[in-house]
Design a protein around this ligand. Structure first.
Ligand code: FBP
Length: 345
C-alpha cells in the first residue's frame, strides 16, 4: 500500500491552521476532483468526441475550443458545492455568483493553452482563491496579496497539481489507480539563479527596449560579452513553463509588446499572473511586470492583461534592473541607449 501523503490528508492537516482553512480545503478538493475527470477527458480526446475544434467565442473575444467549454462547465459544477461566493472564469465576462454569503471567491482559467492539445502538449487549469470582501466584484479587484491559496494542474504525461497553501508550495501527482493526488515534493524552492529563459522570441521586433536588451544579453553568451551561456525553452503553455521553473529554475517572460492587443501583455492578471506569482513567491522566486511586483497589482477589469516576468529571483531582478528609469515605449527599435545599456557590461 502507498503510505505517502495524499492531497486529502494534506488538506485535513491544513484545515485547522487558519480560520478559512477548512473552506479553502473544500475548494481545493473540488477543483482536484474535477481535474481528475478533466484529465481523463483530455487523455481520451477524440475517442470520446472531443474534436479540439471551435466551441464558440468567449466573453473576451477569444476563440474557444469544445474542450474549453467542457472544462469550464466541469470546474463550475464542482465549485457549486463549495463555500464559494462567486467564481470568475476566463470563459465568462463577469463573476458568477454561487453562494453570496460564503467566505471565498475563486478566479479560474479552467483550461489554459488548449491550442496545445492538437499536438498532445501539456495544458492546465490555474486557480486563485481569496477571502470574500463586502462586495464581490471589488473582492476580485484587491491586489494579489489578498489570495489565501493558488495553484495549477498540469495535464501532461502525468497529471500534476502544484499547490501554494500556508506559505508553502507542494507538488502532487495523480495516482491513476487510486484516483488520488499524492504528495511527491514538499516545500519546493525555485533555484535563485539558473541560466535559462523562456520567451516567444518570434515577437522580438515588437518588444520594447529593456526586454530586447535583456534577451540580447542572454543570447550573447560568454564569448559575446555576457555573464553566462543561457539555454532557452518555450513551450507556449504557461502551466508547463511554470512547472519547469519550479523544478529547475529559470526566468519566463511574456512582456507587453507593440502589437495591437498586446500593449498590456497577453496573460490575465486574475487567473494567470496572480496565482503564478503567489506560487513563485511562496517557492522563493519572484514575479514582476518588469516595473512592479505582480502581487501588489489590483485589477480594474475582470479580464485585465498584464506583462508577466517570473521565476528565479536573480533573473527577475535583472529584468527589473534593466527597466529602471526607462519609460514604457515601443518605438525604440535597437535604439542606441539599449545597445549601450546592459546587465553584464
Ligand atoms: P490562452 O489563455 O488563450 O489559453 O493562452 C495562454 C497561453 O497559451 C499561455 O499558456 C502561453 O504562455 C501563451 O498563451 C502563449 O502565447 P503565444 O502563443 O503568444 O506564444
Amino acid at each position: 500500500m502507498d503510505e505517502r501523503v495524499t492531497l486529502r490528508s494534506h488538506l485535513e492537516r491544513s484545515a485547522s491552521q487558519t480560520p478559512l482553512g477548512a473552506a479553502v480545503g473544500d475548494v481545493i478538493k473540488a477543483i482536484a476532483a474535477a481535474a481528475v475527470d478533466l484529465a481523463a477527458l483530455i487523455a481520451d480526446g477524440p475517442l470520446v468526441g472531443i474534436t479540439g475544434r471551435n466551441g464558440g467565442i468567449n466573453s473576451d473575444g477569444d476563440q474557444q475550443k469544445d474542450i474549453d467549454v467542457a472544462a469550464d462547465e466541469m470546474m463550475r459544477r464542482a465549485l457549486r458545492n463549495t463555500p464559494v461566493a462567486a467564481v470568475l472564469s476566463e470563459e465568462a465576462a463577469l463573476p458568477e455568483t454561487l453562494h453570496p454569503d460564503a467566505p471565498l471567491c475563486v478566479a479560474i482559467d479552467p483550461l489554459d493553452g488548449s491550442a496545445n492539445l492538437e499536438n498532445n502538449i501539456s495544458v492546465g487549469t490555474i486557480f486563485s482563491i481569496r477571502p470574500r470582501g463586502n462586495d464581490i466584484l471589488s473582492t476580485f479587484f484587491e491586489p494579489g496579496t489578498a489570495q489565501c491559496a493558488a495553484g495549477f494542474i498540469v495535464y501532461g504525461p502525468q497529471t500534476t497539481l502544484v499547490l501554494a497553501l500556508d506559505a508553502s508550495v507542494d507538488i502532487f501527482i495523480l495516482n491513476r489507480r487510486t484516483q488520488e493526488f499524492v504528495l511527491t515534493a514538499a516545500g519546493v524552492r525555485v533555484a535563485p539563479d539558473t541560466p535559462e529563459f523562456a520567451i516567444n522570441a518570434s515577437n522580438r521586433r515588437h518588444w520594447h527596449g529593456p526586454v530586447r536588451a535583456y534577451i540580447d544579453e542572454c543570447l550573447a553568451g560568454t564569448n559575446g560579452g555576457g555573464a553566462a551561456d543561457f539555454n532557452m525553452r518555450w513551450i507556449g503553455s504557461l502551466v508547463a513553463e511554470s512547472l519547469r521553473i519550479l523544478v529547475r529554475g529559470g526566468v519566463f517572460l511574456y512582456p507587453a509588446d507593440a502589437r495591437p492587443g498586446y500593449r498590456e501583455g497577453r496573460l490575465r492578471l486574475l487567473y494567470e499572473a496572480h496565482p503564478m506569482a503567489l506560487v513563485m513567491e511562496w517557492a522563493g522566486g519572484a514575479a514582476s511586470t518588469g516595473r512592479r511586483r505582480i502581487l501588489e497589482l489590483g485589477a480594474k477589469t475582470p479580464h485585465q492583461r498584464v506583462p508577466l516576468i517570473m521565476g528565479s529571483v536573480r533573473g527577475v531582478r535583472d529584468v527589473a534592473a534593466i527597466h529602471e528609469g526607462i519609460e514604457p515605449m515601443f518605438d525604440n527599435s535597437d535604439a542606441p541607449l539599449f545597445a549601450r545599456r546592459g546587465l553584464f557590461r
